[in-house]
Design a protein around this ligand. Structure first.
Ligand code: ASP
Ligand code: MG
Length: 469
């Protein structure tokens, strides 16, 4: 029984044109595979709007969140209007959309009226997961209109998670039981389940979310628990690229990558994939394709176990913004890491990770990432906030805090082919390298450079990659 899991991202379900592509892809793959399982994201931009609505509700800004819900309603209904649906199907779908948004408005109202110091994260997750429930119903209706047995399924009934709201972890054993008991029997009735990405629920049924971009993770959880053969991620780009094409126009598609390479890429900032999705696929040797919905015949990028003779190339280079922290301090790094996390959380509302750290007898260097969307003002605020926190704790240390770029080169077993590393370092001949770190996996090499040197360094390394094959 060959099962294909296909995940459609926000851009693939956001417009009528894209949805037409989705439909033709599903019609085609339905012929080729025994069974299909679909996972969908919210329409693009919807989760951002929902997060804003939840924040406004928390601030008791009733007019603010109501305006957002009204805009979301208009957007979804306009999309439904453009789809070729029969009158009854259209009306049923419109009623579904209204009901989901009405219920969600109720949660916003509750949140608005609760005392400001009560925990909000459970209500947040309930609100921000509505986008996927809406899109799953739209896609399932479209399939049914075209002689396919599409059924929208809320992953709250399938994916069991812990109660870490906003960043919940799945319980694979329980999830597998539910998927085997409730989802797989549908396949034998020729149903194509359209499962909501991004969301799950605790054992007791409280809705949770898996972190931003979490629909990728949903696809991988479902594939593992349903023993699927492959996962295809449909996006609006050609696949995984040698670098971000918005930064470097000569970036090109990578035909194949190993799980290890793609895991490093996701971790070091290639925004295409959710970092946690790779582990389960690697463990179960489920191959992954990333494809463009507008070019379904193109092979895209294939992620699988690479044959040993294909380990030689440097595959890609990424760049992310970070903040570095240097000091004449040689105490334990763990203390600093949690201090940084606390200071950052209070400024940006999201957690961070220390990416690179090094220490000598008297000096410490720590480099960590910050969410790239926070913008220069927030960056400065973070810098100041962090300095204040650190000075409170370590009075006698002088801290240097600077925005930096972390450039990461990814290739399987990079550490075993010195020639490749030499070529990269040579390309950075005139760049001041603040720190250099080979990842413990041996599949990546990261350079920390001053923020303003990042772009040039990225371009030079990318040249080496393009010219090396
Ligand atoms: N809609 C969610 C987000 O925007 C999940 C996803 O799209 O993967 O983060
Ligand atoms: Mg995504």
């Amino acid at each position: 029984m060959a099962i294909l899991v296909m995940k459609f991202g926000g851009a693939s379900v956001g417009t009528a044109t894209a949805l037409t592509q989705v439909l033709s892809i599903v019609l085609q793959e339905h012929e080729r595979w025994d069974h299909l399982l679909l996972v969908v994201s919210a329409l693009d931009g919807v989760t951002d709007a929902l997060i804003e609505a939840a924040q406004l509700a928390h601030l008791n800004n009733r007019r603010g969140y109501r305006r957002i819900v009204a805009t979301l309603r208009t957007r979804h209904l306009a999309l439904v209007d453009q789809l070729p649906l029969g009158i009854n199907e259209r009306q049923a779908l419109q009623a579904d959309i209204d009901r989901l948004l009405f219920d969600m408005l109720g949660v916003c109202q509750e949140l608005a009226s609760q005392p400001a110091d009560e925990p909000v994260s459970a209500a947040y997750d309930e609100i921000i997961g509505v986008g996927e429930r809406l899109s799953a119903r739209i896609v399932a209706t479209l399939l049914r209109q075209n002689q396919l047995r599409g059924v929208a399924i809320d992953a709250t009934d399938l994916i069991v998670t812990d109660a870490q709201y906003g960043h919940a972890k799945p319980d694979f054993d329980r999830t597998r039981q539910r998927i085997q008991a409730n989802l797989l029997p549908m396949l034998s009735r020729d149903i194509i389940p359209v499962v909501t990405g991004f969301i799950g629920a605790t054992e007791t049924g409280h809705p949770t979310t898996l972190g931003r971009g979490g629909s990728d993770y949903t696809a991988s959880i479902i594939a593992v628990c349903a023993d699927a053969q492959e996962v295809w991620m449909w996006t609006d780009v050609d696949g995984i690229m040698t670098t971000d094409p918005q930064e470097v126009p000569s970036a090109r598609n990578i035909a194949e990558l190993s799980y290890e390479e793609v895991a490093e890429l996701a971790y070091f900032g290639a925004r295409l994939l959710h970092a946690r999705m790779i582990g389960p696929l690697r463990e179960h040797r489920i191959s992954l394709r990333v494809k463009n919905i507008f070019k379904p015949r193109d092979p895209g990028t294939l992620v699988h176990t690479l044959p040993p003779d294909r380990h030689h190339a440097i595959k890609a280079v990424t760049m992310i913004q970070g903040i570095s922290l240097g000091a004449e301090y040689s105490g334990p790094l763990t203390g600093i890491a949690s201090l940084i996390d606390r200071a950052l959380y209070s400024t940006t509302g999201s957690h961070t990770e220390v990416m690179i750290s090094s220490q000598s007898s008297t000096r410490t260097f720590v480099c960590f990432i910050i969410p790239t969307t926070i913008g220069p003002e927030a960056l400065r605020a973070t810098q100041n906030n962090l300095l204040k926190c650190l000075q409170e704790v370590e009075l006698h240390t002088i801290w240097q805090i600077n925005p930096v770029s972390v450039i990461t080169v990814v290739g399987e077993r990079l550490n075993q082919f010195d020639g490749r590393i030499a070529a990269i370092i040579q390309a950075l001949d005139h760049t001041r390298i603040l720190a250099l770190s080979e990842g413990p996996s041996g599949h990546n090499l990261s350079f920390v450079v001053n923020l303003e040197d990042g772009e040039a360094a990225l371009n030079r390394i990318h040249e080496v990659i393009i010219n090396s094959d």
